[in-house]
Design a protein around this ligand. Structure first.
Ligand code: G4P
Length: 536
């Protein structure tokens, strides 16, 4: 029987100290709410970049040099996502970027399995939007603590009480306002910090990081002088919320039940510092994780972690693929030997990368919470676990049943091999789901139409394959589990036409309609039909 408890050897004190200093988080938002702007301003306040404009400039530099991202450019959306590490106030912060467009939500889900907290950006004029709802559902799967930033207060926006009520009702999470806005749009004056009893005065300005002017105490007469038209409303509202809203509770926040809410304007650098401070003060350091056989503590000495994302063309000049790996325990050092659990063999880790705001550099020292980039030549798949010693298998990276299906047809039949290779690799990377049917047919499954476009473009650019995608008569896919071998063989014999295998060789039922799925299910009550599958 496998041991289910962590080893009782004490944690190396230096490792424990370094782990406690890590904060690893992602930003979730509906497109256009201000995620890129906030990312940039966090980097600015964190000292990782000196001037605003760097992140956006980097985005456009990538556009200019990468062909396949033509799709991205044409649509004006961000397809790729990346990781940025910076040091701030004695902490090492890892910010994982997530694509906002819903067609790439699978990628976002996977990135969210690698974070310990999330910052949710809400456009104060629009409130809770569709993609926010979906992303929050994903965070909820792991009870990820959420910090809320209500952005664009410098515009004409919705009533504050209204917004909070909407967040609570639609997202089913309690709101604990930490700051409270004074006015909005042209008369946005700043925020009152409810826990610190001080007003932070708003001043528009995009370029530089600067500290907001502070006025102490809500009763301060200076407020009456400065904001004669707004101060009364502020005092009334503050009295009201102090009586009626949820007071901040660290325990409820960490359990994912309550979100501290901040108001600000990302573009004007306002409210950003408070978000950074909340991450340091309240967001959790790396947490214990389910390693399959047991719970793994982040400060255990043996190294372990999992691949949550594979990205091609990070640098178009090198045409490489990078596996993004979340360290869950131990310490990375270049040249170390680790076990590739799925393949059951040893592998050397050297020249792993870490990602700063503008560049990627060789990783020298990484601990739990850090993300390292490993050069990948196909040996690493999403969900793969690497360990020092013991066989672990990290859980929780989901595959969702696709909602759209296409069959790939070649214009030039002589390119069949390249097509197969390309689809296999793009499938392993998670760009799209690939199912192989009897007779070698390759069926593609996606959550959004744009995924097909990206795959078509990449097949052309990287594999020199011109393929046409024809819509396939498939309604949905279900991963199968069998109670025994005999049932499996019988099922395969009868349902062979409807079967496929995913990139990791798992059997999948490809249903032509909901009715077809129901009938088959009824006929085979002992066979498990699953709408999601965990990698690894
Ligand atoms: P996203 O990554 O979530 O898609 O949003 P992004 O940061 O790109 O912001 C979307 C738009 O909202 C941008 O305008 C950005 O300048 C604007 N924005 C972000 N924060 C604020 C804010 O606090 N106040 C106001 N008024 N606007 C804000 P854009 O015109 O689409 O792009 P750009 O030309 O300004 O770059």
């Amino acid at each position: 029987m496998s041991d289910t408890s962590p080893p009782d050897t004490p944690f190396p004190p230096e490792l424990l100290r370094d782990v406690e200093r890590r904060r690893t988080f992602g930003i979730i938002s509906h497109p256009d709410a201000g995620k890129t702007t906030l990312t940039e301003k966090l980097l600015l306040f964190g000292g990782a970049i000196q001037l605003a404009g760097t992140v956006k400039a980097r985005k456009s530099a990538r556009h200019a040099t990468s062909d396949w991202m033509e799709v991205e450019k044409q649509r004006g959306i961000s397809v790729t996502s990346s990781v940025m590490q910076f040091d701030y106030a004695g902490h090492t912060i890892n910010l994982l970027d997530t694509p906002g467009h819903q067609d790439f939500s699978e990628d976002t889900y996977r990135v969210l399995t690698a974070v310990d907290a999330a910052v949710m950006v809400i456009d104060a004029a629009k409130g809770v939007e569709a993609q926010t709802i979906k992303l929050l559902e994903v965070c909820r799967l792991r009870n990820t603590p959420i910090i809320t930033f209500v952005n664009k207060m410098d515009r004409e926006v919705r009533e504050t009480f209204d917004l909070l009520q909407e967040i609570e009702e639609v997202l089913k999470i309690d709101c604990a306002p930490i700051t409270w806005p004074i006015g909005m749009g042209k008369t946005f004056r700043g925020v009152y910090h409810l826990l610190e009893d001080r007003v932070l005065r708003f001043a528009a300005g995009e370029e530089k990081r600067s500290e907001a002017e502070v006025i102490k105490g809500i009763a301060n007469a200076q407020l009456d002088e400065l904001f004669p038209l707004e101060v009364e409303k502020l005092r009334e509202e503050v009295e009201l919320i102090q009586g009626a809203s949820h007071p901040f509770s660290l325990g409820d926040f960490l359990a994912g039940k309550q979100t501290p809410v901040f108001f600000g304007s990302g573009i004007n650098n306002f409210g950003v510092q408070e978000i950074l401070q909340a991450l340091l003060d309240w967001a959790p350091p790396p947490q214990p994780r389910d390693g399959g056989t047991r719970l793994v503590m982040p400060a255990e000495a043996p190294f372990s972690g999992f691949v949550f994302k594979i990205q091609a063309n990070m640098d178009p000049k090198h045409r490489d693929r990078i596996a993004f790996f979340r360290i869950c325990s131990g310490r990375y050092s270049s040249g170390m030997k680790v076990k590739h659990v799925r393949m059951g063999r040893e592998m050397k880790l050297a020249n792993a990368l870490t990602f700063m705001a503008n560049e990627r550099v060789l990783m020298e020292d990484g601990v739990a919470g850090d993300i390292i980039g490993i050069h990948n030549h196909g040996q690493l798949h999403i969900g793969d676990t690497l360990t020092e010693g013991e066989n672990l298998g990290y859980k929780g990276i989901p595959y969702f049943s696709p909602e759209m299906f296409s069959a790939a047809r070649l214009r030039d039949p002589l390119k069949a091999k390249q097509l197969q290779k390309g689809l296999q690799e793009l499938g392993e990377e998670g760009a799209i789901q690939v199912f192989e049917q009897e007779g070698g047919n390759m069926l593609l499954g996606a959550v959004g139409q744009l995924q097909f476009e990206v795959v078509a473009q990449r097949l052309k650019d990287e594999y020199k394959v011109d393929a046409i995608f024809e819509s396939a008569e498939i309604h949905t896919a279900r991963w199968l589990t069998f109670p025994d071998d005999l049932t499996r063989r019988n099922f395969e014999r009868e349902q062979g036409m409807r079967l496929g295998k995913d990139v990791d060789g798992n059997p999948v039922y490809l249903a032509t309609s909901r009715y077809n799925l129901e009938v088959t299910r009824e006929k085979w009550p002992k066979v498990g039909f699953h709408a999601t599958r965990e990698h690894g």
